[in-house]
Design a protein around this ligand. Structure first.
Ligand SMILES: [Zn+2]
Length: 139
């Protein structure tokens, strides 16, 4: 795995300690956190960091393609440190987001009716439902 510093430099983003720490934390997790959760953890080592800074930094990363801002119907924006093509399962009860492999046959072609709407820059598939843990609690 490439280091956060390396990834930022390659993307042409000026590295600051806050940026490196935030990206490093995001790369180490697979739970697709929101900015508040990252902020709570980042405050450990950087007590003065603000929620605005975290949002601005995450949006900067997303625009540079370093992370993915997720297209999910959750209360707060969620972010994914993994930019390799993959899909997601979102639990509508607990808002847990799990990674799902993308079927290879779907990754290639953009359907003609979609291209007719405009130029596609990103495709994200989210399966929304109730996760196994929440379903078990309901029984
Ligand atoms: Zn993911």
């Amino acid at each position: 795995m490439k280091s956060a510093t390396e990834i930022l430099q390659r993307a042409g983003i000026v590295t600051t300690r806050q940026r490196v720490v935030l990206l490093d934390r995001l790369l180490r997790r697979t739970d697709h956190p929101d900015a508040e959760r990252l902020l709570a953890e980042a405050r450990d080592g950087m007590p003065s960091i603000s929620v605005d800074t975290v949002y601005r930094t995450l949006n900067l990363f997303a625009e540079a393609g370093v992370i993915q801002r997720m297209a999910v119907p959750t209360r707060r924006a969620r972010f994914d440190g993994c930019t390799d093509p993959h899909d997601h399962f979102l639990c509508s009860d607990c808002e847990t987001i799990q990674d799902v492999p993308r079927p290879p046959e779907r990754s290639a072609a953009i359907p003609a009716p979609v291209s007719a709407c405009g130029i596609v820059s990103d495709v994200q598939t989210v399966y929304v439902g109730v996760c196994r843990r929440c379903a078990a609690q309901k029984r």
